[in-house]
Design a protein around this ligand. Structure first.
Ligand code: NDP
Ligand code: KPL
Length: 341
């Protein structure tokens, strides 16, 4: 199959390399020194799915001659709309998968690609951008896909799932994609503290004080979802019942959530995608993660002081380029929220 991958960074790069390894003809849209390195040396993959250098065709945008039968947009959320617009002619009416954390990704891309069936993807894979032309899978895991709307999108979701499965990346189509987006939004509460402190997700969860803050931000996010009538879809062992319990439980019990995520991530340190943006001096996706929780809380009675403060701290680190010491983070959050229980 001819596949176009727009945004061949950590996730898009890993998926592009795996698809090429499985015999697909893969075209990637990339930029800067990453594009130069891919063109010169190929796209190097290592980690949980083995070592491989994929020979993909790479350009700033997909060329018209690529004629993709499937497109995967795997940019950060704030870049997806522009990425879809800049590649719209080459994409044509090809089925397009929007692989993205946060809420509302499919809607933003669909506006730019009115002729394409649109599919959402949420992945529990953890991947890192190591260097230009080089990506690494630190945790191999599954991906869930969901149709945006209608039969055409549902067929496209099946097509994408078979392409991923055939290339050795476990994927399944689920009916309640919006519920899964909310469940993933809870998982992505792991992203802010590594971005603020510079520590890996596992290190943050192993620190009792930081884990308390993370649990409190997850609890707020679950409460917001419940207040908005969200039914959390079951995703990697996280179920609506478990999350509803966390919404009512003290933090000492709620910490089972981050501890479970640490167990699934395994031993290889995972910086998370937000810290990786900061390390590369890029704007982060935090407005679509903790920022989405703060936005969704508006109009509900749910207070979200932890998410508000984490959002502020990530923006501070983006601006200053300097991570904050753990003690300072704990003091700042507790000054904003009062004692966390
Ligand atoms: N990394 C992970 O472990 C996981 C990430 N996710 C989600 O997947 C999505 C992608 O994340 P991730 O792979 O980490 O992000 P990366 O930043 O590693 O990759 C995104 C890539 O897209 C490139 N890009 C942005 N706009 C364009 C464009 N118009 N044309 C071509 N390339 C473009 C970026 O270039 P540049 O660097 O120049 O900005 C970058 O190389 C996010 O929504 C993230 O939350 C989900 C699960 C796990
Ligand atoms: C699941 C996790 C935490 C994997 O790194 C992720 O989605 C991210 O980094 O954005």
């Amino acid at each position: 199959m001819r596949v176009g991958v727009v945004g061949a960074g950590a996730m898009g790069g890993a998926i592009a390399a795996m698809l090429e390894r499985a015999g697909n003809e893969v075209w990637v849209a990339a930029r800067g020194e990453h594009l130069t390195a891919i063109r010169r040396d190929g796209l190097k993959l290592d980690g949980a799915w083995g070592e491989y250098t994929a020979r993909v065709s790479a350009a700033k945008t997909l060329p018209l001659k690529a004629k993709p039968e499937l497109v995967i947009i795997a940019t950060k959320a704030m870049d997806a709309e522009a990425a879809a617009r800049d590649n719209a002619r080459a994409i044509g009416d090809a089925p397009t998968v929007v692989l993205q954390n946060g809420l509302g990704g499919m809607e933003r891309v669909a506006e730019q690609l009115p002729g394409s069936p649109i599919v959402g993807a949420l992945s529990m894979i953890a991947a890192s951008y190591v260097a230009p032309g080089h990506v690494r899978v630190t945790t191999a895991a599954n991906t869930v896909l969901g149709a945006f709307r209608g039969t055409q999108d549902a067929d496209a979701a099946e097509l994408a799932a078979s392409a991923l499965n055939a290339a050795g990346m476990p994927a399944e189509v689920i009916a309640d994609f919006e519920g899964a987006q909310w469940t993933k939004l809870i998982v992505n509460q792991v992203n802010a503290l590594p971005a603020i402190t510079g520590l890996s997700v596992q290190e943050v969860i192993s620190h009792a004080g930081l884990r308390r803050i993370m649990t409190a931000s997850m609890r707020e996010a679950v409460r917001v979802g419940l207040a908005r009538g969200v039914r959390f879809a079951a995703f990697n062992g996280l179920t609506h019942a478990r999350l509803s319990f966390v919404a009512r439980a003290p933090l000492s019990l709620g910490q089972m959530l981050p501890l479970r995520i640490r167990a699934y991530l395994g031993a290889t340190p995972n910086p998370g995608s937000t810290l990786q943006s900061i390390r590369r001096g890029r704007r982060s996706e935090i407005d679509f993660l903790n920022g989405a929780v703060v936005a969704a809380a508006q109009g509900t009675e749910v207070p979200v002081p932890v998410n508000t403060e984490l959002l502020r701290l990530v923006h501070e680190v983006e601006t200053s380029g300097r991570h904050l010491p753990v003690r300072r983070v704990i003091d700042r959050v507790t000054a904003a929220t009062g004692p966390l229980r």
